[in-house]
Ligand binder design. Structure first.
Ligand code: VG1
Ligand code: CO
Length: 544
């Protein structure tokens, strides 16, 4: 194998965000851009000579070209084996599982997740460590620092590799293995859930379902698991063929972007269960006939019912949620007397807690739920969990949710996003919030008395690290909260996220429209940040 060292120009914008480096395809296609970032990662990582690296992506535009480049750089840097998903495809949770199952050194996942795909849209790359989870902050910071001074990279002269045929080939001391993208993941799911019970409920018509793969990575996984293994009709999987531009969809499973599914679920002909996943298969949206389950509620409900599922029958060690996620799961944890941890936004913060066996389930308000089984959030896992639960309890989604609210109270919740705003405006908002936050405690706003106000700083109890500036939170005496933070996954301008929640113990008030039930807090949030006033926007871009 002939290895060349290429002199390169340095880029100064390769700072990974909440979940990897995400940029427009045109940015990634600049000369040496991807090569530089991959070399920066390899320069930082210690002792991987002869070890294996997992590679796969969500199939979006530039996925195949990027994989060919990565193969050559990984080969030149001395990896012993490359394990690659067939056609270059691996969902994010499948990649996490494969890293763990085969004891790989780590993995490179090519995805910009819920961001749109195509020549003029986004591409992304993320490094996962040997526990299968996203690299911790200290690593991603080190990748960025290295990229700012990188002068050259190493690349092997190899022919283009055929990614479509399963099998192993050897080039000198390098082994390259193309694996089926679904097999290992499918086996794992079968080991966690009662597939026979779910299958029976589908076959006898108790469960009818519609799953929207949004023309993204979960198509192959859903067809294999839901249709071939669990016996759902082929028509149960919508948009099941992965496309390079995700069919022009915005592959973000929420009521706005998965509106076809939402329309179906609120119609007369709705099946009993509806779900969608995102670009790389780690998010999930859960719906029942006439009902949408907020992700925060979904996490709480899964936690409350976990012992009904084979994999979690012995109970939960603890749970965790990201800071802006509603406190619904906290109530479940308190009830079951198990610990509940609060982490910053992004899955990388759950890894240490999962590895240390402090938690069994975790989740985020942004349609992400997961467990010990991998170190990423997992869309289809959440779908199977719900199917198993429905089959076991023989209740509809609506009955399960309403019963949960009756028992624990309802945390009425909404997130308002102001997307692609001028970053000068959002920076000014952050500066202003930082000033206000110190003076708010004790102040009274109508019915709301501020109990605490601060900027979230996380202390990792396992590795002792600290992550500062993780969003502003204002908590009220009655348990309500308003949280502000800037997105770390966008590629255009800046996105302000406002998270609003209010606890409602009164059963007779559980069936309110969240936007109405939260209206006072929504106004209060505007009073604090003035985003509408500063941008002239009348409404958020997306409400979930
Ligand atoms: C968003 C979500 C966060 C999630 C992240 C990655 O980040 O809020 O909860 O972990 O996306 O999800 P941000 O910084 O834009 O708020 V995925 O499915 O895009 O990998
Ligand atoms: Co995703």
């Amino acid at each position: 194998m002939h290895i060349k060292t290429i002199l390169t120009q340095t880029y100064h914008d390769q700072n990974p965000g909440t979940s990897g480096l995400r940029k427009k395809v045109s940015v990634f296609k600049q000369q040496h851009y991807l090569e530089n970032f991959v070399q920066s990662i390899f320069d930082v990582l210690p002792n991987f000579q002869g070890k294996s690296l997992v590679i796969g992506g969500d199939g979006r535009y530039f996925n195949r070209e990027a994989i060919q480049i990565i193969i050559k750089i990984a080969a030149a840097n001395g990896f012993g084996e490359l394990i690659i998903g067939q056609n270059g495809i691996l969902s994010t949770p499948a990649a996490s599982h494969i890293i763990r199952k085969y004891g790989a050194f780590g993995g490179l996942i090519l995805s910009a997740s819920h961001n749109p795909a195509g020549e003029h849209e986004d591409f992304g790359i993320k490094y996962n460590v040997n526990n299968g989870g996203p690299a911790p902050e200290k690593d991603t910071l080190a990748f960025f620092e290295r990229s700012k001074v990188l002068e050259n990279y190493k690349i092997a002269e190899l022919p283009e590799l055929n990614l479509d045929e399963i099998g192993t080939q050897e080039i000198d001391s390098l082994k390259i293995t193309i694996i089926d993208s679904v097999n290992d993941y499918e086996e794992l799911m079968q080991s966690l859930f009662d597939f026979d019970l779910i299958k029976q409920s589908i076959q006898n018509g108790f469960i009818t379902l519609s799953f929207d793969a949004m023309s993204a990575v979960t198509g192959n996984y859903a067809k294999r698991i839901l249709v071939e293994m669990l016996g759902a009709p082929e028509s149960a999987v919508q948009n099941g063929t992965p496309l390079e531009d995700f069919g022009g969809h915005h592959p973000d499973p929420n009521l706005i972007h998965a509106h076809e599914l939402a329309d179906l679920m609120f119609s007369e002909n709705a099946p009993t269960f509806g779900a969608a996943s995102d670009g790389d298969g780690d998010r999930n949206m859960i719906m029942g006939k006439g009902i949408f389950v907020t992700p925060s509620d979904s996490l709480a409900i899964l936690a409350a019912n976990a012992t009904l599922i084979p994999a979690y029958a012995t109970g939960l060690k603890g749970v965790a949620r990201s800071m802006p996620t509603s406190q619904a799961v906290d109530r479940v944890a308190a009830n079951y007397k198990i610990p509940c941890y609060e982490t910053p936004t992004g899955w990388k913060f759950f890894g240490n807690l999962l590895d240390a066996d402090k938690i069994t389930l975790c989740g985020e308000e942004s349609f992400g739920t997961g467990s010990q089984h991998v170190r990423e959030k997992d869309g289809l896992w959440a779908v199977l969990f719900w199917l198993n639960l429905i089959a076991r309890r023989r209740q509809s989604v609506e009955e399960i949710v309403h019963e949960h609210w009756r028992k624990f109270g309802r945390d009425i919740y909404s997130r308002h996003d102001y997307e692609a705003v001028d970053s000068k405006v959002t920076n000014a908002i952050m500066v202003s919030l930082r000033k206000q936050i110190t003076t708010l405690a004790g102040q009274v706003f109508g019915d709301f008395i501020v109990k605490y106000a601060n900027e979230f700083c996380y202390h990792d109890s396992i590795d002792g690290s600290t992550s500062a500036n993780q969003g502003f939170r204002i908590g009220f005496e009655n348990g309500s909260r308003i949280v502000f933070r800037l997105s770390g996954t966008g590629t255009v301008g800046a996105t302000l996220r406002i998270y609003i929640e209010r606890f409602e113990p009164d059963v007779s008030k559980h069936h309110q429209d969240p936007q109405i039930a939260l209206s006072e807090l929504i106004e209060l949030a505007e009073q604090f940040c003035k985003i509408k006033q500063l941008t002239g926007l009348a409404e958020p871009t997306v409400i979930t």
